[in-house]
Design a protein around this ligand. Structure first.
Ligand code: IMP
Length: 177
């Protein structure tokens, strides 16, 4: 029998809005930097979070995009991370914040940290909306975490299941009935 997909609301738009504003205040409170803070949006999952987060900042910022792909499709990571779009800014000597949707096994973030550190930034901080510690395979330093969640597969607010659901204004748990 064909399986039916069902999305149950988990974090409402209001929950997200409140927490993202708090995270914005934490970034805003960082010590001033000589050059604008570089915020890296990790495509595609972080697009909605990134857009809302940066609206809460008044300090000078440079916004850049980095594309990575780690899923072959479905709900399990393939483990192999691939760069699909590189930065259009030299981050040597710059203060950088990686903005990520979710840290699950940690493999993607570990790859990103190694890749970005090799470019000689002055500092690198990580801002992730969600963290699923139950599935961690590799420990990565997370500077700010929006919500720590159980081992559930979530969609919406940028997160997808086979490229769908990214446009939902809330985060939902995906059920396969
Ligand atoms: P990691 O490498 O296992 O930490 O996975 C990171 C990436 O996997 C994230 O950037 C997401 O794109 C994706 N991912 C992990 N868990 C979920 C989930 O529950 N829903 C949707 N995507 C997820």
């Amino acid at each position: 029998m064909a399986k039916t997909e069902r999305v149950e609301v988990f974090l409402s738009a209001a929950d997200l809005n409140a927490r993202v504003a708090e995270m914005g205040r934490a970034i805003e409170a960082l010590p001033p930097t000589e050059q604008p803070l570089v915020l890296i949006c990790v495509l595609k999952g972080s697009i909605l979070f990134f857009a809302d987060l940066v609206r809460n900042l008044q300090r000078p910022v440079h916004l850049v995009f980095l594309g990575v792909s780690s899923y072959a499709g479905g709900t399990e990571t393939s483990g192999a991370v691939r760069l699909t779009h590189d930065l259009t800014l030299d981050i040597a000597g710059r203060d950088v914040v990686i903005v990520e949707d979710i840290v699950d096994t940690g493999l993607t973030m570990s790859y990103l940290l190694h890749n970005l550190e090799s470019r000689g930034p002055r500092s690198v901080a990580v801002c992730t909306l969600l963290h699923k510690p139950a599935r961690q395979k590799i420990a990565v330093p997370l500077t700010w975490v929006g919500f720590t969640i159980e081992d559930v597969f979530v969609v919406g607010y940028g997160l997808d299941y086979e490229e769908r659901y990214r446009n939902l204004p809330y985060i939902g748990v995906m059920h396969f009935d």
